[in-house]
Design a protein around this ligand. Structure first.
Ligand code: SAM
Ligand code: SF4
Length: 499
């Protein structure tokens, strides 16, 4: 049976949805996803002529957000050679904005209780095959001790179901517990320096508490921008069934002072072309209203989950070929944004996606609640939201990246040095952030190599670092001296020095 939540209340009877925190953002009673216009654009857009095609690519390469007509016409592009050209520009945009670094992080699931009943999710309330659990503060600290002490992560995305037991007070308490863990390593110290949060939409009052907890990015995925599909997969009577409460969750975040937000769509629920347009309209709306677009975009594909037959018979399942098109389109459409590709995808797809502009990937991921400290059942299906596609360790991922010439970055400097919101947008658009990225990538990679790498990885990593340092000397002579000083300090055991 569904919880007695009712559309306007949570299980603890505390009103969750505040209508005035939706309506204040509507424009003449309308939201910013014009379904009929999107359908019209997708129907009527044409494969662009050569001149228009080149113009659109040049606009993307100048790090300007594309407009809906432009993206619809790219979607309609049908010649393989044009997709190759688009992929090439996507990869060059990534290099221009973010250099050759790939940021790495780990997901940390703190609870799998949920009042909602999303048909695709293993955590849905009606799924009796799931073993329910919420970690205590001391269990959270044990999870983090494994993450920072054994694996070497510095950045997390913490994930919560929607439930009174994992409400904002639990969220802020666990965030502060995570930041408090510091572990001595072979040559220095390791700790979590940036916590991004993926949690249900909240009120402005709760988001203000979240901001005060000191988070990095606040992510909410709309799942599907297509309203009829949204209603089908989120049963009425659940909090999540309110499309607009979710659609405006990041507007409320901005109002609460969180100026670093991540959007996403769950691909496979509806036609991917519509979802790409939805993500674009969302980015444009945030740019227009707050002057700041999404810091990251995520594009999970629906994965199998225990006792979840819905995921076996998806009408709109996205093929690998279409998935690559999605990545390329997003890279071109919102050129400044970070793009996250999680371990939902297998290693083959993730490796290939590096060529289309991905900026962040997770590694050594375990998504069962309490599974990092577990010694046996590390991928316990009964505790997981879905089944992981890429189970490579962080060390394996780092090795694969280094072989391809990508430097793994554990950088968490951005928000701690005030590079968020409008600041970061400007730095990204002008290619300046890429410079900080490079310096911080080298320093944090050096830390990880000294503290956690096996000999073979260390040798490969050092070759890459030496090449990067030569580049810093050549391309950033003004910063070289300060960089070198920090680098030497890190070699001697200092940690967490930022640019
Ligand atoms: N409960 C919060 C919410 O719904 O906003 C936190 C999000 S949930 C734990 C993280 C994301 O996982 C969801 O927003 C959804 O996009 C994704 N997800 C859920 N079920 C999935 C599945 N079977 N395969 C892949 N991704 C899934
Ligand atoms: Fe709950 Fe989020 Fe899963 Fe929906 S997607 S059932 S809200 S955890």
């Amino acid at each position: 049976m569904l919880p007695q939540a009712g559309p306007r209340k949570g299980l603890n009877s505390r009103p969750i949805i505040k209508q005035d925190e939706i309506t204040r953002y509507l424009c003449q009673g309308k939201d910013f996803i014009p379904e009929a216009d999107i359908n019209g654009l997708l129907e009527n857009a044409k494969n662009p002529d050569k001149k228009t095609f080149k113009k659109i690519l040049a606009k993307a390469f100048s790090i300007e957000t594309l407009n809906p007509q432009e993206v619809a016409s790219l979607i309609k592009t049908d010649e393989p050679s044009r997709w190759d050209e688009m992929a090439d520009v996507a990869s060059r945009i990534k290099k221009k904005v973010y250099d050759n670094r790939i940021v790495t992080f780990a997901p940390l699931y703190l609870g799998n209780l949920c009042v909602n009943d999303c048909q695709y999710c293993g955590f849905r309330h009606s799924n009796e095959a799931i073993t329910r659990e919420v970690l205590s503060v001391s269990e959270v600290k044990k999870e983090v001790t494994s993450l920072v002490g054994e694996i070497g992560h510095k950045r997390l995305i913490v994930v919560y179901g929607e439930h009174p037991k994992t409400d904002i007070d639990y969220i802020t308490k666990t965030i502060s517990a995570i930041y408090s863990v510091k572990v001595s390593t072979k040559n220095g110290m390791s700790n979590i320096r940036r916590i991004n949060v993926n949690a249900a939409p909240m009120s402005i009052a709760d988001l203000t508490k979240l901001k005060e907890a000191g988070i990095g990015t606040y992510q909410v995925f709309q799942e599907t921008y297509h309203r009829p599909t949204y209603s089908k997969v989120h049963p009425s009577g659940t909090v999540k069934s309110d499309y607009l409460w979710r659609l405006y969750s990041l507007h409320r975040a901005f109002e609460a002072g969180i100026d670093d937000v991540g959007i996403g769509a769950l691909f496979g629920l509806y036609d991917w072309r519509f979802e790409v347009m939805g993500l674009l309209y969302h980015a444009l709306e945030l740019e227009k209203t707050f002057g700041i677009g999404p810091h990251t975009i995520s594009f999970p594909r629906v994965e199998p989950a225990i006792n979840t037959p819905f995921n076996e018979k998806l009408k709109y399942r996205v093929s690998d070929d279409d998935f690559k098109k999605i990545l390329i389109l997003i890279r071109l459409a919102v050129p400044y944004t970070g793009m996250i590709l999680t371990a939902r995808e297998n290693a083959g797809i993730r490796n290939e996606a590096l060529n289309y502009g991905i900026t962040q990937i997770d590694a050594s991921s375990r998504i069962g609640v309490g599974s990092y400290q577990s010694r046996e059942d590390i991928h316990a299906k009964k505790k997981e939201q879905f089944i992981l596609g890429d189970k490579r360790s962080l060390e394996e991922v780092i090795f694969d990246l280094a072989e391809k010439g990508f430097i793994t970055s554990f950088c968490t400097a951005g928000y701690r040095c005030g590079r968020t919101g409008k600041n970061i947008m400007e730095l990204l658009k002008t290619g300046t952030e890429g410079k900080f990225c490079k310096l911080n990538a080298i320093l944090t990679f050096r830390e990880w190599l000294d503290d956690f790498a096996k000999e073979e990885t260390k040798a490969l990593g050092e070759k890459l670092i030496n090449k990067e340092i030569r580049e810093v000397k050549r391309k950033m002579p003004g910063m070289y001296k300060a960089f070198q000083e920090n680098y030497l300090k890190i070699e001697k055991g200092a940690r967490d020095l930022l640019f």
